[in-house]
Design a protein. Structure first.
Ligand code: PBG
Length: 330
């Protein structure tokens, strides 16, 4: 490994000049590495700020063209749609998920109509934006039911595919849902619709601001520990990924990102499958608030994004994606 000895060997020699540092850099990022989350809200002419996520907004459908135009100009390959659902549209069963006129369905149609295949669309499959209790599935005495929830998720996924969604992203952590969704997509003529499985999703405290963004924060009863993974566990992530690959996943998500770089590396080294890291809302808020307070330099964003690449991620879901030109220019 070490091919020389000081003073013949001076590693600082190659670090001295910027051109030289550029020459030997091992990891780089381009806009193709990013997926931009987009929060949707009902109404007209709305660009609503989210208190816990400075610089991130919820957009009404008439305003999303501005965001998509920007994403395409930046050459981002894909956007991920997330709805903020009114309390009055939430219920125990999350029925709004199956309404073909819901925010996500309308947004998919509008984007596909105007932009065709210029940009990919990814949609979460889970019930939490739509349930009155804030859980990703059906609740029975504080336990989220697995098989009963999957039946609804299959319909949610199929509906999104019918609307034109390119990448179905189950983020619910029910056992066996990838296989069942794949089967139903195939049976209905959507063999080419991809599945990005949130295979490794930890029950994390880093999701707080997201729940605020989709309006489920104060509704959530208890926690999600009976379906999302325990943050003490590592090898269990390999079992989750192995199962989802067998069931037909095209890509694997590891989530959150920064506290789980070891998991990204582990999954990448064990399975030859695209791995996507999710730099989640809590990571975004911590970084952004610290930058805004002058506690850390804004280059911290680039540093944390590069760490995902170093760990082996193929791409990153990041709330910074719409500002990636400024970030990569540092
Ligand atoms: C919903 C979902 C969550 C996130 C993405 N999809 C929250 C959760 O599971 O509670 C979190 C994203 C983020 O924090 O940025 N299943």
């Amino acid at each position: 490994m070490i091919t020389g000895k000081f003073p013949n060997l001076r590693l600082r020699r190659s670090r001295k000049d910027k051109w030289s540092r550029r020459l030997i850099e091992e990891n780089t990022l381009t806009s193709s590495d990013f997926i931009l989350p987009l929060f949707l809200i009902e109404g007209k002419n709305k660009k609503q700020s989210i208190n816990s996520m400075p610089g991130v907004y919820r957009y009404s459908l008439d305003k999303i063209y501005y965001v998509i135009d920007r994403a395409i100009n930046l050459k981002l390959p894909m956007v991920a749609l997330f709805p903020h659902t009114k309390k009055t549209k939430k219920n125990n069963l999350g029925s709004e998920a199956l309404n073909e006129n819901n925010l996500v369905c309308k947004a998919i149609q509008l984007i596909k109509k105007r932009y065709k295949n210029e940009i990919g669309i990814m949609c979460d499959v889970a019930l939490d934006p739509y349930t009155s209790h804030g859980h990703d599935g059906l609740l029975n005495s504080n336990y989220v039911l697995n098989d009963e929830t999957i039946e609804i998720l299959i319909s949610q996924a199929l509906l999104q595919a019918q609307m034109g969604c390119d990448v179905i992203a189950p983020s619910d952590m029910m056992d066996g849902r990838v296989g069942k969704i794949r089967k139903s997509l195939d049976k209905n003529g959507f063999q080419m619709t991809q599945i990005l499985s949130y295979a490794v999703k930890y029950a994390s405290n880093f999701y707080g601001p997201f729940r605020d963004a989709v309006g489920s924060k104060n509704l959530l009863i208890g926690d999600k520990k009976n379906y999302q993974m325990d943050f003490r566990n590592k090898s269990e992530s390999l079992r989750e990924v192995a199962l989802d690959i067998k069931e037909g996943a095209d890509m694997i998500m590891v989530k959150p990102g920064l506290p789980y770089l070891d998991i990204i590396k582990l999954v990448k080294e064990n399975f030859k499958i695209p791995v996507i890291a999710y730099q989640v809302s809590g990571e975004y808020s911590l970084l952004s608030n610290a930058i805004n307070k002058g506690i850390v330099s804004k280059e911290i964003i680039l540093e944390s994004l590069i760490s995902f690449k170093r760990a082996g991620a193929n791409a990153i879901v990041s709330y910074y994606a719409d500002r990636i030109n400024e970030i990569l220019r540092i």
